[in-house]
Ligand binder design. Structure first.
Ligand SMILES: Cc1cc2nc3c(=O)[nH]c(=O)nc-3n(C[C@H](O)[C@H](O)[C@H](O)COP(=O)(O)OP(=O)(O)OC[C@H]3O[C@@H](n4cnc5c(N)ncnc54)[C@H](O)[C@@H]3O)c2cc1C
Length: 349
């Protein structure tokens, strides 16, 4: 029997994979009816994963919006466009995130995962509790945190005109003390998020609606897309790049944000959660029959992916040169030295 801790995308994916191998799953979640959650852009590559999880047909009926690409003012004042439609995977989506997570949970329960209050007699554990790392920390693992990025997330009303296209883009804009993104989401709403360093002046300012709105006024492009009144927030969430010091232990493995968490700039956290959740479910199912080889391959793969991601992250932040004197732009690119592969990290027990 496997205990899966956490019922976000990684936990659901792990549960479905383990059940495909016939292993009983006890599923432990603190909040069984998820409310509003940031993380609304789903990359086009997700379509293969959703098919494998058996939720593709249902996903298409859930009212998510088609995301045709990104517009970004990064390293430049004007907007550059990336069009997904010319990529091999086609368009992505702007999600109703609550509905998305709920659909995955329903699929895992239909596959035979069972809610539980604790791990009971489960011998094997998959930690999918995000940055909380509830089980891995209990077993002595520690989290390496590379920066102190926070997201201040607001949700605004968005007028949807009759007959208006539901296709949309994500807009990213860099500013002197952080960066913004905004995207429309289903239900006539728009997410507006400001990423800045914890403890900075703009972190303090963005915590209130007035302060957030004043910072928003200072943007060049994002403010033009935000037309409606506030609905929710701003709420503050950790958005740091971080990983566990090891991805597995004697009786456990971590997946999704619990294994490593990406900067929201990557828009890849959900895909990573679905992929690693699936692979962790398979690896633990194999381990429960005495086969450790999948687990070793899993750990190696995650370590490799994280190194590749760090290189991309470092070069992205280093490509914004408009505010060289600002501490945000001095700190963010410097956490990883691609030359010698050294990571400058803080250990959080
Ligand atoms: C501001 C922001 C914007 C983002 N934007 C995007 C985006 O556009 N696209 C994208 O792909 N990704 C985005 N992400 C990242 C994405 O949301 C995450 O990578 C994804 O949710 C990770 O899934 P997960 O299942 O690993 O963790 P989570 O979705 O965090 O799920 C963890 C689960 O564990 C549960 N849990 C916690 N503690 C306990 C406990 N003690 N016991 C039991 N259960 C517990 C939680 O309740 C939760 O249900 C964004 C993140 C942030 C912060």
């Amino acid at each position: 029997m496997i205990a899966i801790w956490g019922a976000g995308p990684a936990g659901a994916s792990a549960a479905i994979a383990a059940r495909r191998y016939g292993v009983p799953v006890r599923w432990i979640e603190r909040v069984r009816s998820p409310g509003f959650k940031a993380g609304e852009s789903l990359a086009p590559t997700a379509r293969t994963l959703l098919r494998r999880l058996g939720v593709w047909e249902g996903f298409l009926t859930d009212g998510h919006r088609t995301c045709v690409g990104n517009a970004s003012a990064w390293g430049r004042d004007d907007l550059a466009y990336t069009d997904f439609l010319f990529g091999v995977h086609g368009a992505g989506w702007h999600l109703d995130r609550q509905r998305f997570d709920q659909r995955l949970r329903e699929a895992a329960l239909a596959a035979g995962a069972e809610w539980a209050e604790d791990a009971g007699a489960a011998r094997w554990h998959i930690d999918c509790t995000g940055r909380a790392n509830v089980y891995a920390r209990r077993r002595g693992a520690r989290r390496l945190v590379l920066d102190t990025l926070l997201s201040h997330v607001g949700v605004m009303e968005e007028e949807v005109l009759e007959g208006e296209s539901t296709e949309s883009t994500t807009l990213v804009e860099a500013g002197p003390d952080g960066w913004w993104y905004t995207a429309p989401i289903p239900g006539g709403r728009r997410v507006v998020a400001y990423q800045t360093l914890a403890g900075s002046e703009s972190d303090a300012q963005a915590r209130s609606r007035d302060g957030f709105s004043a910072l928003l006024e200072g943007t060049q492009h994002v403010r033009e897309r935000v037309t409606g009144p506030w609905l929710l927030g701003p709420t503050v969430q950790p958005a740091n790049t971080s990983r566990l010091d090891r991805f597995a232990g004697d009786d456990w493995v971590a997946a999704g944000d619990a294994a490593y968490a990406l900067d929201p700039l990557s828009s890849h956290g959900i895909v990573h959660a679905l992929q690693s959740g699936w692979a962790a479910g398979q690896a633990m199912a194999a381990r429960s029959t005495g086969d450790d080889s999948w687990l070793q391959a899993y750990e190696n793969r995650l370590a490799e992916e994280f190194t590749i991601y760090l290189r991309m992250r470092a070069s992205l932040y280093a490509s914004e040169l408009r505010w060289p004197e600002k501490s945000f732009w001095r700190k963010m690119p410097l956490q990883f030295d691609a030359g010698n592969g050294r990571i400058f990290a803080t250990l959080i027990p």
